[in-house]
Structure formats: structure tokens, C-alpha cells
Design a protein around this ligand. Structure first.
Ligand code: TRP
Length: 450
């Protein structure tokens, strides 16, 4: 098979960083603050962290188990693990559709990031008032042509990395750049926390939960955000799981990835919210929140123009390691199931995603008033995938592994063939069989009812 030489990361840390790179992305720095701002602040954070610990980590382990056991892609994994009942492959097909939709709208925001790299390099963000920064964003997204151009650029760069193969492309990039992003975020936290006005308000908004804000829609949004951020329920971690070495510890890896992912999201919150209040903006500004707040933070920093360039560049790279994982879901499946060449699969996937994704871009401009069920195309894709497709995909997966797949094999995979004690196995299995599916069903129903 064409990609056999690519199967497998070369080291434990490489596999973890690549999966963490797939997890850490715009979901943490762009989507998390805007979801939190729209859903009541601290209460959302609390529910979010609870879901990551209770459901997110066990489900990430579940995807890794399915991927590593089968050594296959999102669809092939179910075909291999359940040779008699081929119907489980539907989960994989569902995953592929979901991943395509996510990639379509994700690439829009990834494209914005590239535009901001260019703006920062041209020193176009410096010295602007908060109103001018907001206007700049509006003019850009409504212009259609440039957002489409940057979206396409991003898709092409991703396809290039994917076509190079797993080890050369993904692993090398993730190893260096993830830690760099982390350090820069910490520097930016320091700036935000010393802005003076607004700091207390911002920190209260982020960390002081108002329990009256927790309702069905807050629960569903927080669940969706935790899945989105950890890349769960769409076959991404199944695919990466198939690249993890047999001797690596799946439990430890999942903990590390979820830990890094949540840390980055919380750091992003600490950067954003003090600044939101300091500059008199609304935390519920929606998808543009980060793009209209951060330039102001840089404007108030000594050497801010340089930091802006570095930050947007690292954000673009964080987005790239995530788009790589999204395209890899599609490409690994096409290569292994349909025996396509890696390059052909990358091109076809990219053309498909751009065709759909262009409508998402245009929904900020000419298609702004075109609504389906009250949502623009972009918002619809965003909500549909995070709040419904991912939880439903995850639910189906827990039923498969918890109720149909032999328990002994699950234990064998998690304990690396018995060489690890896997002390937490019983807790994990209980969550897999009961807690996760029941919680998912309740939250899905309460979210639908409102
Ligand atoms: N988790 C990524 C982020 O936070 C987004 C992402 C990458 C994703 N791959 C995924 C989401 C697969 C769902 C499925 O930015």
C-alpha cells in the first residue's frame, strides 16, 4: 500500500505532539473564547473542564484504542474490528462527512489568520483605535475575494504537507512549534493582566461562575466545545491512534494531550477577557471576538508590532497542524480503503472542501442574510458539527467499543498486551459503558429541547 512507509510516528513524544498539534488549534484560541463569551463566562468554563475530565479523556482513549488495535483509518477501523457486522462502518462514514464539514468552515478562520499575518507584517494593525480594528475585520470578511484567496492558500498548504507523508510533514512541524506558541501565550497573558482597567472584570467573567447560566444550551455548547477542541468523535484520533507505537501508553498520552489542550484554551481566555473589558468590547461578539480584541492587545505592548507577527504566524501554524489532522482523516481513508495515491487523495479532498467551504466564507459577505434555521451557513456548519455530529459520533463509538467489542481485547490494547498494569482500566470501562453514553444522550436531548 502506498502509505505503508508512512505508518507510524518515530517516537512517543512525536506521536503525542502531533496528536496534541491536531487538538490545539483555532478551537482553543478562536472558538473557546467566543463560545465562553456567548454562553455566560465562568459557568461555561466550569462545565467545559468537567466534560474534558469526565468524558473527553476517556473518549480520546477510546479513539486511540480503536485506531491502534485496527491499524486502520476512520472507516477501515470498524471494518477490521468487526468483520462480521459491517454495519459499524457507518460510524466511519458519518465521521468522514463530519470531518469534511468541519474542515470547510475551519479553513475559513484559518484563512483569516493568514490575512492577519500579512497585515501584521505590513504593520497595518499598529496604532489603530479599537473601532478601526473592528472595521478592518468587517471590511476584510465582507470583501469575499481576499477571504476566499486566503482560505484556498491555507487548503493548498495543508494538502502539500499531507502529500509529503506523516513523519516528514506532521511530526517535524509539531515538535518545534507547539512549545513556541505556548511560551508566546504566556507572555501575552502577562500583558493582558497588567492592562489595569478591565482586568478584574475580565478575570471575574472567566473564573467566577454564575450558576444560573447553566442550562441545556450551555451544557450542549460546552460539550460540543470540549469535543471540538480535543478533536473527538470524528475519527481524527482513530487515525492518529493507528500511528501510535504499540509500546506507548494510551492513557498517559491522552492525559498529556487533554492537559496541553485545556491549558492553551485557558491561557487564551486569560489573554482575551481582561482585554475585552479594558477596551470596552462585548464578550459576546461572536466569531470575530479574537480578531478584533487581540490587535488592541498588541497595540498596547512595547514591541507589539513584532509580537503580532509572531503570534499570528504561530496561530496559523497551530491551525495548520489541525487542518493537517482534518485532511489526514479523509486522505488515510481514501488511500487505504479506495487504494488512491496519497497525492490524488489530497487534491480531491482539497477541491471538495473548497467547494463547500467557499459558501462558508461567503456567508460573512454576500450570503450574510441567507439563513438556514436562523443560522448563516458558517454558523450552521459550526453548530451542527460540534453540538450534534461529534456527540452523536462519539455516542455510537462508545456503544461499539463498550457494548459490542470484547472487553478482554479492550483491556489488552490499553495495557499494551498486559505489559502495563492499567490500574484505571475498571474506571475507564465503567465510563465507556455507562457514564459517557448516558451523559451524551441526556445532554443531546436537553440541548435539543433548549
Ligand atoms: N481540535 C482542533 C482545534 O481545536 C480542531 C480539529 C482538528 C478537529 N481536527 C479535528 C475537530 C477533528 C474535530 C475533529 O482547533
Amino acid at each position: 500500500m502506498a502509505n505503508n512507509e508512512n505508518r507510524g510516528f518515530t517516537s512517543n513524544i512525536g506521536a503525542i505532539l502531533a496528536a496534541a498539534g491536531g487538538a490545539v488549534g483555532l478551537g482553543n484560541i478562536w472558538r473557546f473564547p467566543y463560545m465562553l463569551g456567548n454562553n455566560g463566562g465562568g459557568a461555561f468554563l466550569l462545565v467545559y473542564v468537567f466534560f474534558v475530565l469526565l468524558i473527553g479523556i476517556p473518549l480520546m482513549m477510546t479513539e486511540f484504542i480503536i485506531g491502534r488495535r485496527s491499524q486502520k483509518n476512520a472507516i477501515g477501523a470498524y471494518r477490521t474490528l468487526s468483520p462480521k457486522h459491517k454495519g459499524w462502518m457507518i460510524i466511519g462514514i458519518f465521521n468522514i462527512i463530519g470531518a469534511t464539514l468541519i474542515y470547510a468552515f475551519y479553513s475559513v478562520v484559518a484563512g483569516w489568520t493568514l490575512n492577519y499575518v500579512v497585515l501584521a507584517c505590513g504593520n497595518k494593525l499598529s496604532g489603530q483605535s479599537p473601532e478601526a480594528v473592528a472595521q478592518l475585520f468587517a471590511n476584510f470578511t465582507q470583501s469575499s475575494c481576499w477571504p476566499l484567496f486566503f482560505q484556498l492558500m491555507f487548503l493548498i498548504i495543508t494538502a502539500g504537507v499531507i502529500a509529503l507523508g506523516v513523519q516528514k510533514g506532521i511530526e517535524k512541524m509539531s515538535k518545534i512549534l507547539m512549545p513556541a506558541l505556548f511560551i508566546l501565550l504566556i507572555l501575552m497573558c502577562v500583558r493582558s493582566l497588567t492592562l489595569g482597567d478591565g482586568v478584574r472584570e475580565g478575570m471575574n467573567f472567566l473564573f467566577k461562575p454564575d450558576f444560573s447560566k447553566i442550562d441545556g444550551s450551555c451544557l450542549l455548547s460546552a460539550l460540543g466545545q470540549s469535543f471540538f477542541s480535543l478533536s473527538i468523535g470524528m475519527g481524527a484520533m482513530v487515525t492518529y491512534g493507528s500511528y501510535i507505537r504499540k509500546e506507548d501508553k494510551l492513557f498517559n498520552s491522552s492525559l498529556w494531550i487533554a492537559g496541553c489542550d485545556s491549558m492553551v484554551a485557558i491561557l487564551a481566555g486569560i489573554v482575551i477577557f481582561p482585554a475585552v473589558f479594558a477596551f470596552g468590547m462585548s464578550p459576546a461578539s461572536g466569531p470575530e471576538l479574537v480578531y478584533i480584541v487581540l490587535p488592541n492587545v498588541f497595540n498596547s505592548m512595547p514591541g507589539g508590532a513584532i509580537f503580532a507577527i509572531i503570534f499570528f504566524l504561530l496561530l496559523a501554524i497551530a491551525a495548520l497542524t489541525s487542518t493537517i489532522s482534518l485532511l489526514e482523516i479523509l486522505v488515510a481513508t481514501a488511500v487505504e480503503e479506495l487504494h488512491w495515491k496519497r497525492r490524488t487523495a489530497s487534491i480531491v479532498g482539497t477541491v471538495l472542501v473548497f467547494t463547500i467551504g467557499a459558501f462558508c466564507t461567503l456567508s460573512f459577505g454576500p450570503l450574510k442574510d441567507f439563513h438556514i434555521c436562523g443560522f448563516t451557513i458558517f454558523d450552521l456548519f459550526d453548530r451542527l458539527t460540534a453540538s450534534y455530529l461529534m456527540p452523536i459520533g462519539a455516542l455510537a463509538m462508545t456503544i461499539f467499543l463498550g457494548w459490542f467489542f470484547p472487553k478482554a481485547e479492550v483491556r489488552d490494547e490499553l495495557s499494551n498486551g498486559g505489559s502495563l498494569k492499567a490500574k484505571a482500566f475498571d474506571i475507564y470501562y465503567f465510563i465507556l459503558r455507562y457514564v459517557a453514553p448516558i451523559a451524551l444522550i441526556i445532554i443531546l436531548i436537553s440541548g435539543i429541547i433548549g
